[in-house]
Design a binder for this molecule. Sequence first.
Ligand code: IMP
Ligand code: MG
Length: 182
Amino acid sequence: MDNIEKIVQNEDVHILLSHSDINQKIITLGQEITRDYEGKDIVLVGVLTGCFIFMADLCREINLDVEISFLQISSYGNEMQSSGKVTVKQELKSDIEGKHVIIVEDIVDSGHSLDFLLKYLAEKDPASVKTVALLNKPNAHKVDVSVDYIGFNISDEFVIGYGLDVAKKKRNLKNIYQVITE
Ligand code: IMP
Ligand code: MG
C-alpha cells in the first residue's frame, strides 16, 4: 500500500475505483471530447475545489486548444449533506462570451450545484455549455439535470479521494473510496 493511502486504514472505507480505473476512464473522456469539439476552441470551467485533480488529468487527454478557468461555489451545508443552497465563493475570471464551455465537476449528487452553474454561466452568453463529471449519483438527483459526459455512475454513497473531500480532508488519496455509513 502507498504510504499516503495508509491514512484511510483506520476508517470504515473500502476502495470503489482504483487510480488505474480512473486513468483509463479519463483517457476515454478526453477522446470523446476531442472528437466532439474538433475545430473548436473550448474553455474548461473547473468547479473548485473537488475538480482540481480531475481537471489536471482530463485536460491533458484533450487534444485541442483549451483554456482553463475555475470558479468556486459552496456546495455542502455540513460534511456529508447537501444544503441545496448554492453561492459563488470565487467568481469566474475568464470571459466566456461566444465560447464553448465545458463545466468540469468532480461529482454530481443532488444536482443543485450543476443546476445553479448552468444558469449562472448561461447569463454570460457562451456559444454552448456542456458538463463533464467524473462521478454521477443518478439516484441522488433532486433536480432534473443532465450530465453530458460521465466517468462513472455510482450508487448514493459518500465517496472520498481523487479530489473529493470529507471535512476538507482526504482529497489527496489516489484512489476513490466509499465511506461506509450506518
Ligand atoms: P450537489 O450540488 O449535491 O450535486 O453536490 C455537488 C458537490 O458536492 C460536488 O461538487 C462535491 O464537491 C460535493 N459532493 C457530493 N457528493 C460527494 C461525495 O460523495 N463526496 C465528497 N463530496 C461530495
Ligand atoms: Mg466537497
